[in-house]
Design a binder for this molecule. Structure first.
Ligand SMILES: Nc1nc2c(c(=O)[nH]1)N[C@H]1C(S)=C(S)[C@@H](COP(=O)(O)OP(=O)(O)OC[C@H]3O[C@@H](n4cnc5c(=O)[nH]c(N)nc54)[C@H](O)[C@@H]3O)O[C@H]1N2
Ligand SMILES: Nc1nc2c(c(=O)[nH]1)N[C@H]1C(S)=C(S)[C@@H](COP(=O)(O)OP(=O)(O)OC[C@H]3O[C@@H](n4cnc5c(=O)[nH]c(N)nc54)[C@H](O)[C@@H]3O)O[C@H]1N2
Ligand code: SF4
Ligand SMILES: [Mo]
Length: 889
């Protein structure tokens, strides 16, 4: 945790999680550990890291890694695996045509991996059936940018967030999903208290901590809100008429929909009170330096592209774009979402921000690649791609660095499609994911710390990911795997790269080819980069053309859009119906602070697994009361697609009529919590992005006959309990349990769970009358496992029990204490972990607050909580405030 002095072994690299793209200093130790620190010189984070970045060292161990190629579940040599992949793809293409094969790739590939995958599919196989998980993530933003700007350009830079006087955050939980950007804004606001932050989200998330105003918007009402804002700006004479006249077209048509601005009507559509609307609109109208940040609450909707354009319209109408402190700002999710867009990894794009429908672009790319054939039309977008897998049109599919059996809508149908597909290849770093289960061929990829290449963050900044670990087992970098298959398919010359530097140089050269300023993406200054130059490459922002040599900056302050007439387009967007009442709940889904997507990496860290150890549904207390749902009980969420079982968390942070369930839990971590099985595959008509936050579900209590909790040293081999959720702890695992029918033989159940075999010496306590049962097994002085069962959710201190796996139990008394499930009086119960860096719990913070620590700083001084990465500061403030209110009452 301490900043390791820059040792000769320290490697500068980039965090593999979110699109903030923080610079990391990684120092591998002799004992296999890796010390991690923020890179003070990296312009994205200036030394900061969030909880996930800080815990990176805990996720690089080899537990669960895929270390050798496998064919049909058996270890195989690279040669045989690569030969098989190449021949099955070639055969399918020969027999059924190029569109009978597909790649489904990921914003977690490096630019070099992505570039060669796209080149192989579009330029050598001759199909555009390569789509990416960015379809689920950024494609509405891409489509919105294309419609307005004629190019997929993010106009601003991170600095704009610090220079702005008003930051509007819509559909973004920045505090948890882009924590370092959030901290940069929080720090700027302390320096310039006049800065205002408005949060627009149906939930009062932790991001509300820095917000001056929270608009608890009805799901999908963003278009209504921003169309309303456009009308208001016109009525208040807040338009930049010169900018509109000189640099844009289509304003009148957009305004016609927005006028007149009737606050009552907008209030009905958005669920936001008229006085709040007026306050927000007025603030926006009056504040020249204004940035609107948006993310998945905007993109993941059947009207996502319209939402994006409704936002951009307001910035174009005020001319607030491309100047310091101003602009629409789509923050990207994955570490290389932007790099993927640059290489054209989406099925409807070409390489280097060129367009597949544009014959001139196709010719340019084909000439540049000297390719035998070229895709002539857009390929299948993710949702349609998996439908085509399901109905047999796709004969061979290659999935790289993504886990669609969990993260795609209608996930059970996706899993079924994978099961029936004649040939599925999966490149992953882990052996057991819900997707690898369906692979005919599994290819072991190099992971973070081993791989070598570049990523582009949300502000167009390209940084190096550098290796500091040797490749484990047989693992190979993704670019190598793809080029080896390409060579075996007969394209040896075009894929004869020796290293990622050569791929990067080619990518840079393509960006400058016939680019006289007609395309935004240009990094031609690096077209001749050498392997040494590439090794030493410092983070830089695009564009960086050969001619200017200068790097970065902002786009569009003076027009110069990438449309044929170089003017921006206002898009006349119509708000969708948000008023029709549906008795069912809107299923809102998203992220928590310390987990990353399907948990294949963050699930390995005890620290990151302590914040939320279970899948849950946030429900408004009044909605819960109507359905007889108690806090911390289990609930079943269901619709026509299936059902899931998760813990109910009652909170008035949630809007009524909506529930929030995190996307993270998979079959590897829980019995039935894959939320995407409930999500319909309805997509945005323009972008093809699925409405991942808008499914409809019913909720009812899960009528458990018993509940249980256990800590155990070893991961249980199989789980059949009706409900279970497993989380990593420092010395083992913790597991929540519940069943519909009583367990007949509890001793056998405990033995199977602990994996200790029959007849192990079981310390037991039974209270049949109250249905309380407690069992523990020790080996020597150490604990193998402890299980607590009750008719109600068991009142055991989770954090304390989890720590017992590392304790010595020489005294009989300590063993009985363990069965009691509570720490002794001298050791208060920490409560749920809030600060994962220093393992500080909710109860400790509450008690310090009651004892006089009235600020986050004071809590930090007393407990250290919040003083390392700072990701938990908003929660600490919430706990302090709640306890101050209690004290005052
Ligand atoms: N901790 C963590 N951080 C991550 C990730 C992770 O897995 N874990 N993943 C990364 C990736 S790939 C991505 S794409 C980003 C996503 O980053 P975000 O978009 O910030 O994250 P989400 O939680 O998906 O959704 C954001 C918010 O949208 C709100 N929302 C839902 N419906 C609506 C609506 O109709 N209108 C509005 N205005 N808001 C709505 C939700 O309540 C939620 O709070 O995070 C990145 N960062
Ligand atoms: N309901 C709902 N669903 C969602 C979302 C939501 O908000 N709600 N969000 C969507 C969004 S925005 C996104 S981005 C997706 C994310 O969803 P996924 O991409 O499916 O999730 P990850 O867990 O990041 O999957 C990455 C996989 O790649 C593997 N991996 C890691 N590093 C490497 C590497 O270097 N090479 C290779 N070959 N493999 C590697 C990991 O082990 C893991 O299996 O989920 C989408 N699905
Ligand atoms: S904010 Fe956190 S997860 Fe995102 S890049 Fe920075 S350290 Fe990594
Ligand atoms: Mo994403």
């Amino acid at each position: 945790m301490d900043n390791p002095a820059l040792s000769p072994d320290t490697v500068r690299t980039t965090c593999p999680y979110c699109g903030v793209g923080c610079g990391v200093l990684a120092t591998p130790g002799d004992d296999g550990t890796v010390a991690i620190a923020g890179d003070p010189d990296h312009p994205a984070n200036f030394g900061r890291l969030c909880s996930k970045g800080s815990a990176l060292g805990e996720t690089v161990h080899l537990d669960g890694r895929l270390l050798e190629p496998q064919i049909d579940g058996r270890a195989a040599s690279w040669d045989s695996a690569l030969d098989l992949v190449a021949s099955r793809f070639s055969t399918a293409i020969r027999e059924h045509g190029p569109d009978s094969v597909a790649f489904y790739v990921s914003g977690q590939l490096l630019t070099e991996d992505y570039y060669v995958a796209n080149k192989l599919m579009k330029g050598f196989i001759g199909s555009a059936n390569i789509d990416t998980n960015s379809r689920l993530c950024m494609s509405s933003s891409v489509a919105g940018h294309m419609r307005a700007f004629g190019s997929d350009t993010v106009p601003g830079t991170y600095e704009d967030l610090e220079l702005a006087d008003l930051i509007v955050l819509t559909g973004s939980n920045l505090a948890w999903c882009h924590p370092v950007l959030y901290q940069r804004i929080a720090a700027a606001k302390v320096k310039r208290p006049q800065m205002r932050v408005v949060l627009i989200d149906p939930r009062r998330t932790m991001t509300a901590d820095i917000a001056d105003m929270h608009l608890q918007i009805r799901p999908d009402a963003d278009t209504a809100l921003f169309v309303g804002l456009l009308g208001f700006l016109a009525e208040q004479s807040a338009l930049n008429k010169a900018y509109i006249a000189q640099y844009t077209t289509g304003f009148e048509a957009a305004l016609a929909i927005a006028s007149p601005c009737d606050l009552e009507t907008i209030s009905i559509k958005t669920g936001i009170a008229p006085d709040q609307l007026l306050a927000f609109f007025t603030l926006f109208a009056r504040t020249e330096r204004c940035v609107t940040v948006y993310s998945q609450g905007v993109n993941q909707s059947a009207s996502g592209t319209d939402k994006v354009n409704a936002i951009i319209n307001c910035h174009l109408a005020t001319g607030r774009i491309g100047r310091p402190g101003m602009g629409p700002f789509s923050v990207t999710g994955q570490p290389n979402a932007m790099g993927g867009r640059e290489v054209g990894g989406l099925a409807n794009m070409l390489a280097s921000h060129m367009q597949i429908e544009n014959a001139g672009h196709r010719r340019l790319v084909q000439d540049f690649w000297a390719s035998p054939t070229m895709a002539t039309k857009a390929g299948l977008k993710a949702v349609d791609l998996f439908k085509a897998v399901g109905d047999g049109r796709i004969k061979a599919l290659w999935i790289m660095a993504t886990n669609p059996a969990d993260s795609m809508p209608e996930a059970d149908l996706v899993a079924k499609a994978l099961k029936t597909c004649p040939f599925v290849v999966v490149s992953d770093i882990n052996a057991n994911t819900d997707t690898t289960a369906y692979a005919h061929v599994l290819l072991p990829a190099a992971g973070w710390g081993e791989k070598d290449g570049t990523v582009t963050n949300s502000e167009r900044r390209i940084s190096r990911q550098r290796p500091f670990l040797t490749l484990p087992g047989e693992a190979k970098p993704d670019w190598w795997i793809i080029t080896e298959v390409a060579k075996r398919m007969g394209f040896a010359t075009a894929f004869a790269y020796q290293n990622p530097a050569q791929i990067f140089a080619e990518h840079a050269a393509l960006s400058g080819t016939e680019n006289d300023g007609s395309r935004d993406f240009n990094i031609a200054a690096h077209a001749a980069i050498s392997a040494t130059g590439y090794d030493a490459l410092s983070p830089f922002q695009w564009p960086q053309s050969q001619r200017s040599g200068s790097s970065g900056g902002r786009f569009f302050a003076g027009g110069a859009f990438f449309t044929p007439d170089r003017r921006a387009r206002f898009i006349a967007v119509h708000p969708v119906d948000t008023v029709t009442i549906d008795q069912r709940f809107t299923l809102n889904t998203g992220r928590v602070r310390d987990h990353w997507h399907t948990m294949t990496r963050t699930g390995k860290s005890a620290r990151l697994s302590a914040h939320f150890a279970e899948p849950f549904a946030e429900i408004h207390p009044l909605d819960a009361a109507e359905r007889g749902i108690a806090d911390a009980s289990l609930v079943k969420l269901h619709n026509d697609h299936g059902n899931i079982i998760v813990r109910a968390l009652l909170t008035d942070r949630q809007i009524r009529g909506s529930v929030f369930v995190p996307m993270h839990w998979t079959n590897q971590f829980s019995g039935s919590a894959r939320v995407d099985i409930l999500v319909t595959s309805r997509t945005d008509p323009v972008s093809g992005q699925p409405a991942l936050k808008m499914a409809k579900v019913d909720i009812r209590p899960f009528e458990a006959a018993w509940y249980g909790f256990a800590v155990l040293r070893n991961k249980p081999p199989t789980m059949t309990t009706d409900y279970w959720a497993l989380a990593r702890t420092n010395d083992g695992y913790r597991i929540e349990l519940a069943g519909l029918r009583d367990v007949d033989d509890r001793a056998a159940f405990a033995e199977a769970l602990f994996g200790c075999g029959e007849g192990a010496p079981l310390l037991r306590y039974h209270d049949e009358k109250n249905g309380q049962h407690r069992m523990a097994v020790f080996a020597g002085d150490g604990l193998i496992g402890a299980l607590y069962i009750g008719r109600q959710p068991v009142a055991v201190s989770r954090s304390w029990a989890s720590e017992q796996l590392s304790q010595s139990f020489s005294a009989a008394q300590s063993r009985f204490q363990l069965l009691a499930g509570r720490p002794g009086k001298d050791m208060p119960d920490k409560g749920a972990i809030v600060c994962s860096c220093f393992s500080v719990g909710r109860n400790e913070i509450a008690s310090a607050a009651r004892g006089g620590c009235q600020t986050v700083v004071a809590i930090g001084e007393a407990l250290k909580a919040g003083t390392n990465c700072g990701s938990c500061r908003a929660e600490i403030r919430g706990i302090v405030d709640a306890n101050l209110v209690q004290a005052a009452e």
